[in-house]
Write a protein that binds this ligand. Structure first.
Ligand SMILES: O=C(O)[C@H](O)[C@@H](O)[C@H](O)[C@H](O)COP(=O)(O)O
Length: 223
C-alpha cells in the first residue's frame, strides 16, 4: 500500500482528479478505450466536478459505480443520480454510464443483466474507492450477508448485499472484479477514517473488508 497525505482536502481532490485523468488518458492512447469505476457517498463529489471539466476522449470512457443502493434515481440515496449530477456532465457528458440499478423490487431479479452490462468493461482501468468508518468499501460491509461470497476468488462480478449498516439492499462489485483493476485509489478524509485505515491493516478482510484491496492501493488522505 502507498499512503499519500495532503496538506488539505482541496489540494487532494485536485491532485487525485489529475492522476485519474492522466491514467485514463494513458489507456485511451494505448487501447482506444478506458473504464473508470467510482464510489458514491459524500466524499468524491469535488473529484467528479473537476473530472467533468477535463478534456478527454470521453465517448470512449465507460463509467460505473463500485456499488449502488437499491433505490430509484429519484431517491436522494441514489449513487447513480450523484454521478449524473456531478460527473456525467460538461465535457464528461459523452461518457458511457453503465448502470448498476434497474427498476425491480430486488437486486437479485436484475443481477445477471447488470453483470452482463459491466463485463465488457473489465478489467477496470482506474478504480476509485471510498471507505466508511466501519472499514467497508463498495458495499462490502463487515457482517453483510454475502461478504464471504464476495471475498472469494471465485466470486461473480456482482453480488447483492444486505447489511444492517447499509440501510437498503445493495448491489456491489466483488473483490475479484475490483482487484482486477489496473490502478486502485482509495480516497479518505478526516481523523476517524485514518484511524479506521490503520486498524484495517491489522484485521482480516472478513472484519475489515477494505483490507482485501489495500495491498494494491494508493490511499489518499487529508484532514
Ligand atoms: O454507496 C456507498 O455508500 C459507497 O459507494 C460507499 O462504499 C462509500 O464509498 C463509503 O460508504 C464512504 O462513504 P462517504 O464518502 O459518504 O463517507
Amino acid at each position: 500500500m502507498e499512503f499519500r497525505e495532503y496538506p488539505d482536502r482541496e489540494l487532494m481532490f485536485l491532485s487525485l482528479a489529475n492522476d485519474i485523468a492522466s491514467q485514463l488518458a494513458d489507456f485511451l492512447r494505448r487501447d482506444g478505450r478506458a473504464s473508470l469505476c467510482v464510489p458514491g457517498g459524500t466524499t468524491p463529489g469535488p473529484i467528479f466536478d473537476t473530472l467533468s471539466g477535463v478534456d478527454l476522449d470521453w465517448p470512449n470512457v465507460s463509467v460505473f459505480l463500485n456499488d449502488e443502493r437499491w433505490v430509484p434515481e429519484t431517491s436522494d440515496r441514489s449513487n447513480t443520480a450523484l454521478l449524473r449530477s456531478r460527473l456525467i456532465r460538461g465535457k464528461a457528458n459523452q461518457a458511457c454510464l453503465v448502470p448498476l440499478y434497474a427498476p425491480a423490487q430486488t437486486p437479485e431479479e436484475m443481477l445477471d443483466a447488470l453483470a452482463d452490462g459491466i463485463r465488457p468493461h473489465l478489467p477496470i482501468s482506474v478504480l476509485l474507492l471510498g471507505m466508511g468508518n466501519d472499514m467497508h468499501t463498495a458495499s462490502l460491509f463487515p457482517g453483510a450477508d454475502r461478504l464471504t461470497d464476495a471475498l472469494s476468488s471465485s466470486a461473480p462480478i456482482l453480488l447483492p448485499m444486505r447489511a444492517e449498516a447499509a440501510v437498503e439492499p445493495r448491489v456491489t462489485l466483488t473483490v475479484p472484479a475490483l482487484r482486477s483493476a489496473m490502478n486502485i485509489h482509495v480516497l479518505i478524509t478526516g481523523p476517524e477514517k485514518r484511524a479506521a485505515l490503520e486498524r484495517a491493516q491489522t484485521l482480516p478482510p472478513e472484519e475489515a473488508p477494505i483490507r482485501a484491496l489495500l495491498d494494491l492501493a494508493t490511499v489518499h488522505w487529508a484532514e
